[in-house]
Each structure stands twice: as C-alpha cells, then as structure tokens.
Unconditional design. Structure first.
Length: 133
C-alpha cells in the first residue's frame, strides 16, 4: 500500500532528477538498478529502502534529508497556503526548462528578467529599470 510519505519521497526524487536533466535510465545506471525501479519509486508504487535512498542522494548530490523536506509543513486537513508554490509546479517539464534557460543566461540578463517578472506581479512593487540601449 502506498503511503503519503512514499509519494512525497517519489515526487522529490523525480523533481531532483529532472532538475539535473537526468533520464530515469541514467539515474538507474548510476545506482545499479533498472529504470523501471526508478519509475516505481517516483510514483510511490515501491518504497525506497534506506540504503537505496542513500545511493540516490549520492547520485543526485543532495543530502538524504532532501527527500523528506516539506513533510513537516504539510497541512493535515489539505488546505493550501497560497504563498507556497505547489509541488506539482516544480515537477513539470516546463518549469524545469524555464529554470535551465534562466541559469543559462548571464547574470545581467537574469537580473533584468527577474525584475520584469516581479513587475508583472500585481502583489509586488515594480523595480523594473529602464536601461538605455
């Protein structure tokens, strides 16, 4: 039976793997298992053992605690804080593509893009600066 914790660990595993641009196959090869096992971990169908979690944390360059981050902040009644980003958003391919493109830019363009994005949010004060060409 899949537990909420198994699902959470699987989502964190998928998010980190995608952020690093790894395929399930590539990650599986690093830890010496088949890609189908990674699929099962990510969807929560199989529970990740302590030893395997350690190997995955090494392969993904994160501490073991990474997989449990966010568990203690969960609301047991299911209500969501609108100031928090939904975990679904961070696991989408589009989000990962955007993050990769953002960090592929130089520091100057990144700052301008961030200022632009902030200026489009009605809840924040605009900090957009006009720069002469």
């Amino acid at each position: 039976m899949t537990s909420d914790i198994d699902l959470h660990v699987g989502k964190r595993l998928r998010r980190r793997r995608r952020l690093l641009g790894l395929t399930q196959q590539a990650l599986a090869e690093q830890v010496g298992i088949r890609f189908q096992q990674i699929q099962k971990y990510e969807c929560g169908a199989n529970r990740v053992s302590a030893a395997r979690l350690f190997e995955l944390s090494e392969a993904l360059s994160v501490p073991v605690q990474y997989f449990y981050e966010g568990l203690s902040e969960r609301d047991p009644f299911g209500s969501e804080d609108p100031t928090n980003i939904a975990s679904d958003v961070l696991s989408k391919k589009e989000t990962m593509d955007l993050v990769r493109a953002y960090y592929a830019m130089g520091e100057g363009p990144r700052k301008h893009l961030l200022d632009l994005a902030k200026s489009l949010d009605p809840g924040t004060k605009p900090t957009l600066r006009l720069v002469a060409p």
